[in-house]
Write a protein that binds this ligand. Sequence first.
Ligand code: GH3
Ligand code: MG
Ligand code: MG
Ligand code: MG
Length: 300
Amino acid sequence: MIGVEMQKVLVADDDAVNRDVLGELMKPEYTVLLAKNGAQTLERAARHQPDLILLDVLMPDMDGYEVLRRLRADPATEHIAVIFISGLDRPEDEATGLKMGAADYITKPFNQTVVMARVALHLQVVRQRRMLERLANVDGLTELANRRRFDEVYEMEYQRARRSGRPLSLAMLDIDAFKQYNDRYGHPAGDRALRSVARAAAKAMRRPGDLAARYGGEEIVLLLPETDAVDAGEVVAQLRASVAALGIAHEASHVAPVLTVSAGGATLDPGKPESPAALFEAADAALYRAKQAGRNRTSW
Ligand code: GH3
Ligand code: MG
Ligand code: MG
Ligand code: MG
């Protein structure tokens, strides 16, 4: 695959000869990782995030079924495709492996060409699943999370914050006088400007749980878990400053000679009965106030 990073295959077998044969077989096409027992398999799977594991069933420390069970129980490895490769060749063994969620079951002694073909097939499925996930969750123009993804994560984070009593902040951003920008510079230039603002928003996300999403046309929403109003205000202030610092000329703006954004924020009050929709509306109402007050500012 030219220009594309090679997919990673983890070969897990306690038998050194099998390991080497399978490893050498995969090497020309894939990045190969090796593991000689169950514990190593789990550790390497979590650390290296292979696309596929070729998993031996009979291993002394932990059998392959148990390894698969533990892979599925850990959010870091639950999605990894597994092909069993085993000397156990009874139909019941194969059925057990497939029912547990293995993508395939190959019996030993294996035919190298067939192993390669099956690995290629399942790696293609992995790529297609990733592409579908991307299409479902990522906005094509800005590469930010899309609204569908935001709604899903927001609901989850809102409930988590409610349970834990920890803060949660939301900020809604909207580009100022963007209609005039399009009118003055053209729609393609508007798209480029929007992409630049989106990149600035993505960069402003500092913690793993932070999420910047394209909510609507030129509206970006920030979801900031574990963040109170003061810290969230700081994130928004820095983002607004970095958008201004892009220095995207906007001669038709009545706000400033460069592209600016207005922002509205809201922070979950653990003491008040609220709803995800109410918190969202509060951020939207704050954005409206920022616009009313003259734009290029933040309201909370
Ligand atoms: P305001 O300061 O009140 O926000 O003024 P505005 O002109 O930005 O008004 P509003 O937010 O209501 O308008 C959004 C405009 O953004 C209208 C639309 O043409 C433009 N827009 C929305 N999505 C896109 C996009 O994907 N690409 C481009 N180029 N323009 C977009
Ligand atoms: Mg074995
Ligand atoms: Mg606007
Ligand atoms: Mg708008």
